[in-house]
Design a protein around this ligand. Structure first.
Ligand SMILES: NC(=O)C1=CN([C@@H]2O[C@H](COP(=O)(O)OP(=O)(O)OC[C@H]3O[C@@H](n4cnc5c(N)ncnc54)[C@H](O)[C@@H]3O)[C@@H](O)[C@H]2O)C=CC1
Ligand SMILES: O=C(O)CCC(=O)C(=O)O
Length: 445
């Protein structure tokens, strides 16, 4: 007899006890699909769930490089090739000192479900290193990226596994990584996405995750006959996702009232201005400084070590990192009248926080649905690379918008409960059915 979702989760915990983030992500999905599996027991056959929970392949490697002082540094590199039933492995690379196998397994697992929702033929994977780009010179970052790719190149390719950026991996790092890939493989293909426009990138890829998040929020608000204009929006983070989520909220006449980084939060109750946003872009993407400098430059309130969730808002968009919003933060947001939370980051809300939002009946979207715009436009970058073609900004943006609307429909189709939508159940069930159907059709492999 097939193991129940609870039994499976216990097995996962026993097998890899030191991977709490993976247990959290697996637990959420198993819990969501349990009622569906009871109605459709054929989806529990052939070890399907056991296979979905186990990466197809894990690659771990040494990354040795020389710093500016001439010292040899050794980091760990990883690529988790989680599931390729729907298409080539696809997902970002994270460079951050907290990176370990458990965190990358949770990210790769989430990516499989997210990519299934995009409507595009993409499998799921994730990789990275415990390398910390913060405080490193451009040359050190380049030498690290080249050393990292000198192993990774043999495991990736346009039809095999297509990495992109994530925390600590932006345009600069993708350039260095792709340059080394091209040299080692002696081929020019779409083996990575997030590339610069001059060497095969797609218009709108930098904007895609943030824009897509806001397009998804617009669809959520429509279900309650609301609109973004005039809403106060608390955003955490100040990296790629936060920057373009903020830009789109401002374009749609919402007020972005917070931005943050790992050192603290800037609060502007009147909403950041275009000038302040432009300052942020230069600060974070060129000077690579701290968010406190934005506060200093414009005389805004700044709180060291504070998260944005204490400041009153109507909509919260966590866009920094996993588990950055806990049950206490959820209570504070609800107490201040927040009626919509949509995740720009991957798994930024703890399970207890999600429970609070759902119990209160507010709109809540899990990252695998609401932040899927980034990987979706990566899929469009792959398509353009294969065609040796470049779509216009308007064409890519329109496709992104359509994909976010399609993901919202999928959540409604599988998550409608009375007159509200359980976006967690909807996203998980819709993605699971697509992955499961693809795997069942291809036999036990
Ligand atoms: N870049 C993309 O296309 C996508 C990114 N994501 C997710 O969005 C989140 C942000 O990624 P990016 O903006 O690309 O990275 P980034 O490196 O551009 O920015 C990360 C931001 O998070 C902040 N941060 C990191 N650790 C923190 C901590 N412990 N506490 C508070 N703030 C912290 C950093 O200061 C920075 O502002 C991540 O969870 C990532 O997995 C999800 C979908 C696509
Ligand atoms: O564009 C991609 O392939 C990856 C984006 C990503 O890492 C994510 O969706 O979390």
């Amino acid at each position: 007899m097939a193991a129940s979702p609870n039994q499976l989760l216990e097995r996962v915990k026993q097998r890899d006890p030191d991977q709490p983030e993976f247990h959290q992500a697996a637990g959420e999905i198993l819990h969501s699909i349990a009622p569906f599996l009871e109605k459709c027991p054929e989806y529990s056959r052939n070890g399907l769930l056991e296979r979905i929970l186990e990466p197809e392949r894990i690659i771990q490697f040494r990354v040795a490089w020389v710093d500016d002082a001439g010292e040899v540094q050794v980091n760990r590199g990883y690529r988790i090739q989680m599931n390729s039933a729907i298409g080539p492995y696809k997902g970002g690379l994270r460079f951050h000192p907290t990176v370990n196998l458990g965190i990358l397994k949770f990210l790769a697992f989430e990516q499989v479900f997210k990519n299934a929702l995009t409507t595009l033929p993409l499998g799921g994977g994730k990789g990275g290193s415990d390398f910390n780009p913060k405080g490193k010179s451009d040359l050190e970052v380049m030498r690290f990226c080249q050393a990292f790719m000198s192993e990774l190149y043999r495991h990736i390719g346009a039809d095999v596994d297509v990495p992109a950026g994530d925390i600590g991996v932006g345009g600069r790092e993708i350039g260095y990584l792709y340059g080394m890939y091209r040299k080692l493989k002696n081929e020019v293909t779409g083996a990575m996405t997030g590339k610069g426009l001059s060497y095969g990138g797609s218009l709108i890829r930098p904007e895609a995750t943030g824009y897509g998040l806001v397009y998804f929020v617009e669809e959520m608000l429509k279900t309650r006959s609301k609109a973004l204009a005039g809403c106060r929006v608390a955003i955490s983070g100040s990296g790629n996702v936060a920057q373009y989520a903020a830009a789109k909220v401002m374009e749609l006449d919402g007020l972005v009232v917070t931005l943050s980084d790992s050192s603290g939060t800037v609060h502007n109750p009147d909403g950041f201005t275009q000038e302040q946003w432009e300052y942020l872009m230069a600060l974070k993407n060129q000077r690579r400084g701290r968010i406190s400098e934005l506060a200093e430059a414009f005389g805004l309130a700044y709180e060291t070590d504070a998260r944005p969730w204490q400041f009153p808002c109507d909509i919260a968009l966590p866009c920094a990192t996993q588990n950055e919003l806990d049950a206490d933060d959820a209570e504070t947001l609800l107490g201040n009248g927040c009626f919509c939370v949509a995740e720009g980051a991957n798994m930024p809300s703890t399970l207890a926080a999600v429970d609070r939002f759902q119990a209160a009946g507010i709109l809540f979207a899990p990252g695998k649905a609401s932040n899927a715009g980034g990987v979706a436009v990566s899929g469009l970058e792959m398509a353009q690379n294969s065609m040796r073609h470049l779509w216009t900004e308007g064409e890519v943006d329109a496709k992104l918008h359509d994909i976010m609307i399609a993901i919202h429909h999928a959540c409604q189709r599988h998550g409608q409960k009375g007159d509200s939508v359980d976006y967690v159940a909807g996203a998980n069930i819709a993605a699971f059915i697509k992955i499961a159907d693809a795997m069942q059709s291809q036999g036990v492999v």
